[in-house]
Design a protein around this ligand. Sequence first.
Ligand SMILES: Cc1cc2nc3c(=O)[nH]c(=O)nc-3n(C[C@H](O)[C@H](O)[C@H](O)COP(=O)(O)OP(=O)(O)OC[C@H]3O[C@@H](n4cnc5c(N)ncnc54)[C@H](O)[C@@H]3O)c2cc1C
Length: 381
Amino acid sequence: MDRTLFDADHDAFRQAFRQFVEREIKPHQARWREQGQVDRELWRKAGAQGFLCPWLDEKWGGAGADFLCSVVIMEELAHAYESGFAMGLHSDIVVPYIHTFGTDEQRARWLPGCASGELVTALAMTEPGTGSDVAAIATTAIKDGDHYVLNGAKTFISNGQLCDLVVVAAKTDPKVEDAHRGISMFVVEAHREGFSRGKRLHKMGMASQDTSELFFEDCRIPAANLLGAEGGGFRMMMEKLQQERLSVAVGAQAMSEQVLADTIAYTKERKAFGRPISSFQNTQFKLVECLAKVEVGRAYVDKVLAEHVAGKYLVKECSIAKFWITDTCQEVVDACLQFFGGYGYMLEYPVTRAFMDARVQRIFAGTNEIMKVIVAKQLGL
Ligand SMILES: Cc1cc2nc3c(=O)[nH]c(=O)nc-3n(C[C@H](O)[C@H](O)[C@H](O)COP(=O)(O)OP(=O)(O)OC[C@H]3O[C@@H](n4cnc5c(N)ncnc54)[C@H](O)[C@@H]3O)c2cc1C
């Protein structure tokens, strides 16, 4: 099916980013997986070429393009099986908090560095004791004169080792009856005393992503680092989660498409019993079933993207896209892996890594169960 989302500028942007992937990403992926994170320099290289926060106004150091350029980047990273370089998290999930809720002074302070790659960002909501139930976070930020003092621990934080700025959710009013109203958002610079990084976590997949624990121990930050109004943090997170969920769906959809294309090619080459395995009816039926899922998914994701870019606030649709596309991605990748036989269990094969990378998509950015809770609420159930 032809896609109608993109114009000639997006196509040119895709070509430019593909060249970046060939030159700056593909030759280094195996080494990054070994070292557990991408090179810090990669962020600066991406920034120098206008690939970070491409939607950001030129006034703040961006390219003045749109979110669809970010979509192009997420798709191309998935096509390259690159799951550690969290450009989408930085450009389209964390930086929008500063852009939307920051003052002009805060924007001027941080956004140009976010676009250039001088400042890598992370978003710290999840804690050892709570993930889905954000209102139950225990990290506190208590006002002390013109400072706040942060105490608490966060875990599973993407970009945890490389980040220079962390957007942190913390309780400014731990005793308030409605816990949702007690949460505020802060920007914490990694050089602040009392901020420390825990270990880089060993994961099933996403081997080159520096997912980590973060700690705040009497970490004093100026009140000027509070984002938006005190107590407004929960509302901010709920607003920004739509694009986060849609971004996960975009990556999962592109992953399904790439794995399916590579599997179709492999089954035409691999022979068993003197015939290409693509000639077996089982192979054909399974691949056609995968194709049907991928094409239906593509139509839905592109429709939601078009409406999202047009400015619609799509809680139900972003939640459905997140759970259905990621569930489907895992089904597709699992079915495809089977055609690789024993090679599909070897880490050097991209399909094997895709299988391991795909699993977390059903967990992070709100679990798929939480997505259904949200949709059920939208239905008034
Ligand atoms: C690789 C990775 C990267 C991550 N990156 C980040 C990051 O950058 N920043 C960040 O803040 N977090 C991040 N996370 C955390 C992630 O968002 C959480 O793990 C996720 O939201 C689930 O929270 P939890 O792990 O505490 O599970 P829990 O909330 O304990 O949930 C456990 C199980 O209970 C189910 N459950 C919970 N509540 C309900 C309910 N009401 N109805 C039905 N079922 C329910 C869940 O669906 C799940 O199956 C990351 C996680 C991973 C694995």
